[in-house]
Write a protein that binds this ligand. Structure first.
Ligand code: GLU
Length: 473
């Protein structure tokens, strides 16, 4: 029987959940889902200076918003330091690692000598076979792994293929520092093993680490998990993704009004392909995801593509669900968000829901949708933008006054009845419908673009519509 798949996402909590980290998490989550396995979450918080609880919270929040779930409690790498030390000492006992008593000064001299001889600055193995009885007094030793002196270390990577590292390039690196804390390289191996991780899917900036980790696995006699190193995301200009390109936190994408489903779809396509399919629901991704579909060249981040996808998801998401996303977003928008949220009582929500079909056709982001909905909740007299104000000249105001008359006589108020009344007026006055509708739009929304005008009348209702028209006339 093959072992059930266990993947893991292992972020370092030194900042928000970076968009590249979000993609790594998504791939691990998808692979686990696809294979009926599980994804674990390990917080790599051994760097005590740079790791913060705020960053841990931001990562959990970002993953949760993205809809990526993990099994059990997040595991703290720092909490496992004693286990890491115990494994390192076990390697010494087994003759696979050794105590190195070099002082920082010794190492500095070693580096200088290598430099002047034109050699790369590698540890020279001076304590590898030395009798510990020769240990200088008062020096706390570090533990170094006995790396193979010749031959090759090979990583059979699911994405990168067979990657060969000549062992002469890998020195006896430290696994436990002289202060007893594990190095990152060592902690990752011990944790992945203890957590039962079967597949390591991560950025290809960790590929050279994989070679060193393979040496530790070898020394411990442990199986190396399947590895898949994904090319990093680049900006549209081909350079490594930076802030300038949109290398922001997942929370920034939420704040820009993207839907999690759209971001998942965008991120999965950023490095993975299934034929030409661009739009993939999460269920489809789970059905189709495989490591073989991950490309070897870095993909480029493209905001226009993300916006288009987001527009698609906004149009196809059920109205009530969209309303929930709007409310989540408002909760992250500070005062402006709180002000609008306060208006979403039962009445306000009903009004927004009624307007949703018209609003969602016009929005590529939730921010655009919220902006388009502003007229629903605006206080009278409505603020007008410049273009709208220009429509309310003498002619515009005169036609509004006439419309006000007609509309107030309507027995029933709906998109159909108001449309019939406005059309009848335009015909009698010998004006094109647009000529009549534009000042009406300005009066009702304060803008020159909005959902279809008769829907606007219906959503606002008789009293509010007539009052806005009267204000403008
Ligand atoms: N903590 C590492 C990072 O955030 C990931 C290490 C790993 O996946 O092995 O880049």
């Amino acid at each position: 029987m093959t072992k059930p798949v266990v993947t893991r996402f292992a972020p370092s909590p030194t900042g928000y959940l970076h968009i590249g980290g979000g993609r790594t998490a998504l791939f691990n989550w998808l692979y686990a889902k696809r294979t009926g396995g599980i994804m674990l979450l390990r917080i790599e918080d051994t760097d005590r200076e740079r790791s913060t609880q705020a960053a841990v919270d931001a990562i959990l929040d970002g993953l949760t918003w993205l809809g990526l779930t993990w099994e059990g409690e997040p595991i703290s790498q720092f909490q496992r330091a004693e286990r890491h030390a115990e494994v390192a000492r076990g390697l010494v006992a087994a003759g696979k690692a050794y105590y190195c008593y070099c002082t920082p000064q010794d190492l500095e001299i070693m580096r200088e000598e290598a430099k002047s001889a034109g050699r790369p600055p590698r540890y020279d193995g001076r304590w590898r076979d030395r009798d510990p009885a020769e240990a200088p007094a008062g020096v706390k030793p570090a533990i170094r792994i006995k790396a193979p002196l010749d031959g090759e270390t090979v990583i059979d990577d699911q994405v990168q293929g067979r990657v060969v590292f000549p062992n002469k390039d890998l020195d006896d690196f430290i696994i436990l520092r002289s202060d007893g804390t594990p190095t990152y390289m060592h902690a990752v191996v011990v944790d992945d093993h203890d957590m039962g991780v079967t597949h390591i899917i991560r950025g290809d900036d960790h590929l050279t680490n994989a070679a060193r980790q393979a040496i530790i696995y070898g020394a411990l006699g442990w199986d190396i998990p399947v590895m898949a190193h994904i090319p990093l995301i680049h900006g549209p200009d081909g350079a490594k993704l930076s802030k300038r390109h949109g290398a922001l936190g997942v929370d920034a994408y939420r704040a820009m009004g993207y839907l999690p489903a759209a971001l998942r779809n965008y991120l999965v396509r950023l490095g993975w392909a299934h034929g030409d399919a661009e739009i993939l629901s999460t269920d489809e991704m789970v059905d189709l995801f495989d490591l073989g579909g991950i490309g070897r060249s870095p993909s480029r981040f493209d905001f226009a593509k993300l916006e288009n996808l987001n527009g698609h998801y906004i149009r196809t998401t059920p109205d009530a669900e969209l309303l929930e996303h709007v409310e989540i977003l408002l909760g992250h928008m500070g005062e402006a968000g709180a002000a609008l949220k306060a208006k979403l009582d039962a009445d306000g929500r009903a009004r927004l829901l009624a307007a949703m079909p018209g609003l969602k056709e016009r929005a590529k982001t939730l921010l655009e949708l919220i902006d388009g909905a502003a007229f629903l909740f605006a206080d009278r007299p409505l603020p007008l933008d410049d273009k709208a104000a220009a429509l309310l000249d003498d002619t515009g105001r005169a036609s509004l006054a006439a419309l006000q008359q007609r509309l107030s006589g309507l027995a029933d108020w709906s998109a159909q009845s108001t449309e019939a009344a406005v059309r009848a007026y335009a015909e009698e006055a010998g004006m094109k419908l647009g000529k009549v509708a534009q000042p009406l739009r300005a009066a009702l929304t304060g803008r020159t673009t909005s959902p279809p005008i008769f829907d606007v009348l219906a959503v606002l209702g008789r009293d509010e519509s007539l009052a806005r028209i009267a204000d403008a006339a």
